[in-house]
Design a protein around this ligand. Sequence first.
Ligand SMILES: [Zn+2]
Ligand SMILES: [Zn+2]
Length: 282
Amino acid sequence: MTLEILTLASGSSGNCALVHANDGQERVVIALDCGIAQRNARNLAQDAGFLFTHVDAVLLTHHHGDHSGNIVATAARAKAPLYAHPDAMGHNQKTSAGEVARRQVEVRPIADRLSFSVGPLEITPIRVPHDGDPCFGFVFDLNGQRAAYFTDLGSTDALIGSTLQGVSALVLEFNHDINMLRNGPYPRDLQNRVAGPSGHLSNAQAAGFLAQHAPASLRELGLAHLSRHNNTPELALAAARAGLRQAGLNAVVTQACPILRVARFVATDVAQASPNNKPTLH
Ligand SMILES: [Zn+2]
Ligand SMILES: [Zn+2]
């Protein structure tokens, strides 16, 4: 059994990921956002061993162009349904009703915490606060294995509680270092927007969340949507590792998602993990 998230591109220049699930009988591959050129997505997917033109479904987090840019084209080429909130569509020509109709794409609506299935994979959208509202992160379930993907959120409030319980592979936004943002090239109003409650998670916010609320089941962590101007992979990794240490999760494999290269995050069956990896109850 396999459940994994592969980020192909991450950051404000474009986001795209694949979710691969195989329960031993049926295999599904889902494209999650496509804000990069189709050719790049095809090549990167091929690097990871997948055919981007043959995905079984397409999933959209929110309407910002770095996520939605080629989402309709991706669904059309794969002849796959596009799962998106209705209000996340139609913000530009590429996701307009006319384009959806012309390309004969079937849009299936998603809603907060309303799970749906694609083959053996169960998908739960979780609405998060972001200035590209409505915006969703996703929890993926395959026979007891759980993975989750959350980028573009101003606060972690929606993740507190049982949302990430049992998640072993997590992709989480580490957008900016607050000092780099405040002393960086962005104008003040944009700085405020990014740092605000409907903006993006800072290293400190994401790491603080992990320190307090990281699930004991966590094994692999991807740091996503790093700002090119206001962050470095080194700062994000240092913050994440400090947060995980505070949570007592020193063995979590952590990597920063590259801007345009494949990174793989594999879920494990936590219930069957080796005794020294046993999740602690608290
Ligand atoms: Zn974004
Ligand atoms: Zn956004």
